[in-house]
Design a protein around this ligand. Structure first.
Ligand code: AMP
Length: 696
């Protein structure tokens, strides 16, 4: 049977574990027989050397060693150059994972195919994806990614006899700090809140010892610690710190530039030097309790995870807050890997029910929470500033999905695109957020209202990986997604006010009706109805409409206006005979007079049902209008002449020959095109609409 393992891919140390035949989670030693492997890679060898040896060379100050790369996971620009080769944090992590996989295979005597890998709770989407990628690169099928405190709690949670409780998982490792509030129920582990600091860990405690000793040496001898002495002290500082976990005082001898001094560091002094670091962890604990609305009285225990929790100051803090010593029984360095192994065993049991079932002391489900809110950058209501709008709030159990509607002015999506900048953060200020990616949605339809509603969905899966999707509400059509690199000026670009959307140019349009005798009765009624429908479909905030009637004479019934009532009244008053009974006149001189001097988009919509007496004159006058930038749309039915319609209109696309029945539909189609195009007609779109009309 292929084996599954759990891997704690740590900043300073990593470990691999499995669940044995007896159902117990056990650490697998590396090829040196040690439970922990330093997450350090010596790249000067081919293949690179992973672990203790590389760490020793790093301590000796050798170049070409990769360490602390977990801190750069998710950073696309972080690369480590060695021997002309580039290594990304993913490559370096993959080397550590492959090494651990090899150790596990040697120990188990069987291939290892599947693994659960742990990450800090606050790892973002890209960092989690990078971790999955590193696992794949190491030849592992990554069953899932779980948060380190969740894994640790799982390790404690499977211990028989533990009653339902709410516990704090305090995880202080070499380079990271995580704090999580975990509910342990009879059947499930549920993380109800988390917080963390990516840049706080045992190394900071070492640095305080280092800085103190260097400063003391300088104070007493007026000399700096240089070169090797400094590197040497870096390693010794950690040993001093660890010794202070056992003893109340340590003596340190330092040599530099011919001077030798002996210094004493007491545990009290060490605690004094690092008080602010400890206080920082305490603040984060308080913030987690605050977020979850849980008081200290409701906490039944604290699980200590990570090598740095061996420091007495941490244990004392836990005991002080809880009222009794922290839970013990699991090695703080190993809890995460053990929990990962348990999760891996559960996952593979779920996947292969026919295989032997692991004895886990009761199946437990893990429910993780999202550690940081996820949102996107939008313009505020009055469009004066950019703000972060949260879609998924922190501490929601995962997996989860959340949708929020966003209104988009058509003017903002000239190219039919919506740009989503995904944020991680709790504040509305865009500069206070981390940016996880740029997602560009395309294919946004133009809308008749000049604005569209886009429903943006974030789905957060079990691995903490976010999937982004968007749907245009009216059509229900999913939009196409492209992921683009984050521009360099993010978030600086969001500190400026949004660029004003170019106000859609104003449109002025006159409807000119041929009201010769043949229009009386049904045709006039239909023309009025078509005209009313046309007005209803036009966005009068950006358009003025006028009405002209003509037969033997020409009369302007309504001067172009944005007043819908006035336009409607003019349409109702259209009447046969007022300008004569036959077709001696044409409307183009009047149209020229009204429209030639105006700015914006100008249109004439001419309706006729017959043949005009002076066609050549009309064609010439129409040409003059077109030269002045007035677009002419010609609509004819009945006895109207198609060639004549084509020769007065601006283009074939703008000449319509229709029937009385389809008149209203024709007018409304033209109005829709104008409104959705913001006062412009797109020939391609108009042609499509026209072909649909032809079927009517
Ligand atoms: P981890 O990342 O969980 O393996 O934790 C490693 C960190 O734990 C390093 O900073 C170590 O210096 C620290 N550490 C390990 N053992 C002790 C100890 N006995 N006392 C204090 N710190 C320790």
């Amino acid at each position: 049977m292929a084996n599954v393992v759990g891997i704690d891919l740590g900043t300073t140390f990593s470990a691999v574990a499995t669940v044995d035949q007896n159902g117990r989670a056990v650490i697998i030693p590396n090829d040196l027989g040690q439970p922990l492997t330093p997450s350090v890679v010596d790249l000067r060898f081919d293949p690179p050397v992973v672990g203790a040896e590389a760490k020793e060379r790093q301590a000796a100050g050798d170049a070409g060693i990769g360490a602390f790369f977990k801190r750069d996971m998710g950073d696309q620009h972080a690369v480590f150059l060695e021997h002309g080769r580039q290594y990304t944090p993913v490559d370096l992590s993959a080397l550590v994972l492959a090494y651990l996989k090899g150790c596990a295979e040697a120990y188990l005597g069987a291939p290892v195919t599947d693994a659960v890998i742990t990450v800090p709770a606050y790892f973002n989407n890209r960092q989690r994806q990078d971790t999955i990628q590193a696992g794949r690169q190491a030849g592992l099928n990554v069953l899932r990614i779980i948060s380190e405190p969740t894994a640790a709690a799982l390790a404690y949670g499977i211990r028989p006899g533990l009653k339902p409780a709410t516990v704090l998982v305090y995880d202080l490792g070499g380079g990271t700090f995580d704090i999580s509030l975990v509910e342990i129920g009879p059947d499930a582990l549920r993380v109800i809140a988390t917080a963390g600091d990516h840049y706080l860990g045992g190394k900071d405690w070492d640095d305080r010892i280092l800085r103190y000793l260097a400063a003391e040496f300088e104070r007493q001898y007026g000399l700096d610690l240089i070169g090797n002495q400094f590197d040497d002290l870096l390693v010794r500082a950690e040993q001093i710190k660890m010794a202070l976990s056992e003893r109340s005082s340590v003596r340190v001898a330092l040599d530099s530039q011919g001077q030798r001094g002996v210094f004493e560091i007491t545990r009290d002094l060490f605690e004094e030097l690092t008080r602010d670091l400890m206080a920082r962890t305490e603040q984060l604990v308080e913030s987690v309790l605050d977020d979850a609305g849980v008081s200290w009285a409701q906490i039944s225990g604290m699980l200590l995870v990570g090598g740095s929790t061996r420091m007495p100051m941490v244990r004392e803090y836990a005991a002080r807050m809880i009222g009794h010593p922290p839970l013990a029984g699991i090695d703080p360095d190993q809890a995460v890997a053990l929990g990962a192994a348990i999760q891996a065993a559960m996952d593979s049991t779920e996947r292969q029910p026919a295989e032997p079932v692991y004895l886990l002391g009761g199946q437990r489900a893990t429910i993780d929470v999202i550690s940081n809110s996820l949102g996107l950058i939008v313009e505020n209501a009055d469009r004066s500033a950019y703000v972060n709008s949260i879609i998924i709030h922190k501490n929601q159990p995962i997996p989860c999905r959340q949708t929020r509607p966003y209104q988009l002015l058509v003017g903002q999506s000239r190219h039919g695109q919506l740009e989503v900048f995904m944020t991680q953060g709790e504040v509305t200020d865009p500069t206070g957020c981390a940016y996880l990616g740029k997602y560009v949605f395309s294919g946004i339809p133009r809308s008749r209202l000049g604005r569209v509603v886009i429903d943006v969905t974030y789905a957060y899966d079990q691995n903490g990986v976010v999937d982004v999707s968007a749907v245009e509400r009216e059509t229900g059509k999913p939009l196409q997604l492209t992921i683009e690199p984050l521009p360099a000026d993010v978030p600086a670009r969001f500190t400026r006010p949004p660029e004003p959307v170019a106000a859609a140019a104003h449109m002025t349009l006159y409807m000119a009706f041929d009201l010769s005798g043949s229009m009386s009765g049904g045709p006039l009624r239909e023309a009025r109805q078509a005209a009313h429908e046309f007005v209803r479909q036009i966005d009068l905030a950006n358009a003025s409409l006028g009405v002209i009637e003509f037969s033997d004479r020409v009369k302007t019934t309504v001067e172009a206006t944005q007043n819908g009532k006035e336009i409607a009244r003019g349409i109702d008053h259209l009447s046969i005979g007022r300008t004569g009974w036959s077709n001696q006149a044409h409307p183009f001189d009047a149209l020229y007079k009204h429209l030639s001097d105006l700015g914006g988009n100008r249109y004439a919509l001419v309706l006729t049902d017959g043949i005009w007496l002076y066609q050549q004159e009309a064609i010439q006058a129409a040409r003059r209008c077109r030269k002045a930038g007035i677009e002419i749309i010609a609509v004819g039915f009945g006895k109207a002449d198609q060639h004549f319609l084509a020769s007065i209109s601006s283009s074939d696309t703008l000449s319509f020959f229709t029937t009385l029945n389809a008149l209203t539909e024709t007018f409304s189609t033209i109005a829709q095109e104008l409104t959705e195009g913001g006062g412009l007609i797109d020939p391609e779109s108009m042609r499509r609409r026209k072909s649909l009309l032809a079927r009517f």
